[in-house]
Design a protein around this ligand. Structure first.
Ligand SMILES: Nc1nc2c(ncn2[C@@H]2O[C@H](COP(=O)(O)OP(=O)(O)OP(=O)(O)O)[C@@H](O)[C@H]2O)c(=O)[nH]1
Ligand SMILES: [Mg+2]
Length: 255
């Protein structure tokens, strides 16, 4: 049985680079892993995909066929991927891999907020699908940015209702202190609330502490896994959490 990871997150958050680096870590550790590009609009990818949706859905064809500009075509193309799920699945199965990493569309809303995506994840991931949500450090390092990403990640979770992990990308761009702060916020809403109020005391009026308690009850606070493709760092922890989710920590049929 294949385990699938769908990598999602805002534009430029590091999805494709994370996917490529994690695949490299997996292959180095002898886990049979393939990469699927699910973004019909991707121009340049930092990896060579084993399965590429651009072979099935071409953004340029969609633009000329439907008389659309690039933005409208991205939406139509994202939905059209659902028509080719069986073809993608057949190609994925032909590799006989244990793990599949799916790199998703650049714009988060093209993946997370389209009805077609639920069908795509359910069909391709079956009952062993996990989502990895990318936190871009440029936003995550401020308390307000962190809360925004936390809410966005929770929203994506509600859309798919699959096991998910939150990943902090590009930690080589942060100081040790910034990484520590972000890691603390991810596990302790008290410290996040304190940092928010310290940053902007007027927020106390609008930000009810009950909101944070609710977020905690919703289980959105979970350890944010720090990674860096540049330093090739953090992928052992990503793998550990993936395994915990699917196999209670045991390796899946390692060969
Ligand atoms: N310093 C550093 N830069 C990174 C790292 N990962 C990604 N980047 C850079 O961040 C930018 C965006 O990375 P991508 O992997 O293309 O991000 P994405 O989310 O796939 O982007 P779109 O699909 O275009 O939305 C690129 O310039 C990458 O080189 C990292 O670990 N460290
Ligand atoms: Mg990308």
């Amino acid at each position: 049985m294949i385990a699938s990871m769908f990598v999602v997150g805002p534009a430029g958050s590091g999805k494709s680079t994370f996917s490529a680096a994690f695949r490299e870590w997996m292959v180095k550790n002898e886990y049979e892993t393939i990469m699927v590009n699910l973004d019909p609009g991707a121009e340049i990818l930092p990896y060579v995909p084993d399965v590429d949706v651009r072979d099935l859905v071409s953004l340029e064809d969609v633009m000329s066929e439907y008389g659309l500009g690039p933005n409208g075509a991205q939406i139509v193309a994202a939905d059209m991927v659902a028509n080719y799920v069986e073809d993608i699945k057949r190609e994925v199965d032909s590799y006989d891999a244990d793990y599949v990493i799916y790199d998703t569309a650049g714009q988060l809303e093209l993946f997370a907020f389209r009805a077609a995506s639920n069908f795509i994840v359910d069909s391709l991931g079956e009952d062993r699908a996990m989502l990895a949500f990318m936190f871009d450090p440029a936003l995550a390092k401020s308390p307000t940015g962190f809360v925004s990403l936390l809410l966005l990640s929770a929203t994506v979770h509600f859309r798919f209702y699959k096991p998910y992990i939150n990943v902090l990308s590009k930690v080589d761009l942060l100081s040790d202190e910034e990484v520590e702060n972000i890691a603390r916020w991810s596990e302790d809403w008290d410290s996040l609330y304190e940092s928010l109020i310290n940053d902007n005391p007027t927020m106390q009026r609008e930000l009810n502490i009950e909101l944070f308690k609710t977020l905690e009850n919703m289980d959105v606070f979970r350890r944010l896994i720090p990674t860096s493709a540049r330093m090739f760092y953090g992928y052992d922890e990503v793998y550990r959490v993936l395994q915990l989710s699917f196999a209670g920590g045991e390796d899946l049929e390692k060969r």
